[in-house]
Design a protein around this ligand. Structure first.
Ligand SMILES: [Fe+2]
Length: 266
């Protein structure tokens, strides 16, 4: 049996500080074999930088996933991808971008294939490049990279619950655990699908409780009340931490999935 934990989108400084506080507690609680975290919002809410990633080095997180904002810090993103081979970004982005969409490694004799994909619906507004079918990209990565006995994890970065649910059923029995990210609002549908894939439409974020998806309430309201929107990260306490814990059997299928939620002061 293999125990894995996935942390949802960590937003800026509060997200980083909360990870530093909570990852050791999660290790104590679950004794996981493998930890994954989404870092597309790590550097002031958008993208990754060498210094923000370095803050997490002490945690020895096994793999990092991305999303539509992952390249936002331009050249710094390239530097991060060069430094961290365990950082991936959605594999179905078209064009010449840093990194790749999968990461395969072995730890204590067990293989882990980590996959990151971006959904298509509503992403024309969110992402500057082309996005191919995440369904077909999953098939391709599995055919090319999966080895017998691998634990297969997918971070499915998506805006709409229908695409998230459909993708879960599409890969049911072929992935160990699929966690949706991007909306920052956790969904209450964490379960094991009929053929054994653990699935949740969205894990939720690591960010300020009193915020709109990690953005200050006043900033966000400007969008809806006709004001001028200025992107900021809400840094007030408490900070919510959303994660998923899963147990995977020797067939690579989930036997237990559990929501992890806590609020911390950082
Ligand atoms: Fe996103």
């Amino acid at each position: 049996m293999h125990k894995i934990v996935f942390f949802g989108d960590a937003i800026g400084k509060p997200g980083r500080k909360a990870l530093l506080k909570v990852v050791p507690e999660v290790r104590e609680k679950y004794n996981p074999d493998f930890i994954i975290a989404n870092v597309e919002n790590l550097a002031h809410g958008k993208g990754v930088t060498p210094s923000t990633m370095a803050e997490l080095d002490i945690l020895h997180i096994d793999a990092f996933t991305g999303g539509n904002h992952i390249f936002e810090k331009k050249d710094l993103a390239q530097e991060v991808f060069d430094k961290y081979s365990n950082l991936i970004r959605p594999g179905n982005y078209q064009g010449n971008f840093p990194g790749k969409g999968w990461y395969r490694t072995e730890k204590n004799g067990q293989g882990y294939l980590i996959i990151n994909l971006n959904a298509k619906v509503f992403f024309a507004e969110h992402y500057f490049g082309g996005i191919s079918s995440p369904f077909e990209e999953f098939d391709k990565i599995i055919a090319d990279q999966k080895r017998a006995g691998d634990v297969v994890f997918v971070d499915f970065h998506s805006e709409v619950s229908s695409e998230k649910k459909a993708f879960g059923f599409y890969v049911d029995g072929r992935a160990s655990l699929v966690c949706g990210t991007h909306t920052h609002t956790p969904t209450a549908d964490l379960r094991i699908l009929p053929k054994g894939t653990g699935h949740v439409s969205d894990v939720g974020m690591i960010g300020a409780v009193n915020s709109v998806l990690g953005v200050p309430v006043e900033s966000s309201l400007a969008i809806f009340l006709g004001g001028k929107f200025v992107y900021e990260v809400e840094e007030s306490n408490p900070i919510m931490v959303n994660a998923v814990y899963a147990e995977i059997n020797e067939q690579g299928l989930a036997t237990k999935v559990e929501k992890f939620y806590t609020e911390v002061e950082v």
